[in-house]
Design a protein around this ligand. Structure first.
Ligand SMILES: C[S@@+](CC[C@H](N)C(=O)[O-])C[C@H]1O[C@@H](n2cnc3c(N)ncnc32)[C@H](O)[C@@H]1O
Length: 181
């Protein structure tokens, strides 16, 4: 019993360190605001056959909201506690086949299948992440939607939404050969 207690305390302490350590969590976990979700959903404009990647998926708020028939969502998350939470959520989720969750560094993620990428990441990493996406995006990528932060260096053609929002939404659209997918 004492051993179990020690293990639980250790798990809690490691979890706490993971959440507060700038090295392990350079972008702290903070979910997309519920009030801004409708405009984010409209901005993403997901249709049957689309595949949305949330890079730094947190507790999966966005991927679970947007996975519906015909739309696949993929959550990439670094923090094992949040990955476990998403995996538990998935167990009770009706459209399980539509959602994939990976414990993975977003900078090591294969982005080729993504038609849409959602970002809610800190100001320190947004430029690096954007460069990674532009270098590794596949031919199907149609849209990047970034909540709150805009990189200093980006391909231009950005649309900014800010009316009735707590934080702005930035949208980049890309031309694809097979726009349906
Ligand atoms: C501001 S939260 C956004 C959560 C979620 N996307 C949302 O909008 O509700 C950013 C998340 O990115 C994760 N993260 C930070 N660096 C990462 C990395 N290199 N690879 C994967 N996830 C990362 C953090 O653990 C955190 O959960």
């Amino acid at each position: 019993m004492f051993f179990l207690y020690i293990v639980l305390v250790l798990i809690l302490v490691i979890g706490l360190v993971w959440f507060v350590s700038p090295r392990l969590s350079p972008i702290p976990y903070y979910p997309t605001l519920e009030a801004d979700m409708p405009q984010i959903i409209t901005a993403l404009d997901l249709k049957k056959g689309h595949c949305l990647y949330d890079l730094g998926a947190g507790d999966g708020k966005v991927i679970f909201r947007l996975a519906r028939s015909g739309v696949k969502t993929v959550g990439i998350e670094f923090n094992p506690y949040l990955v476990l939470l998403m995996k538990i959520k998935k167990l009770f989720y009706s459209q399980k086949k539509q959602v994939s969750v990976y414990w993975q560094d977003l900078f090591k993620t294969d982005l080729k299948p993504a038609t849409h990428i959602y970002l809610f990441v800190g100001p320190y990493l947004i430029d690096r992440i954007f460069q990674y996406i532009l270098k590794n995006k596949g031919p199907k990528l149609q849209k990047i939607v970034s909540y709150r932060y805009r990189p200093n260096q980006h391909p231009g053609g950005v649309t900014e939404l800010k009316n009735n929002l707590n934080h702005p939404i930035f949208i980049w659209s890309f031309k694809t050969k097979n726009a349906g997918l």
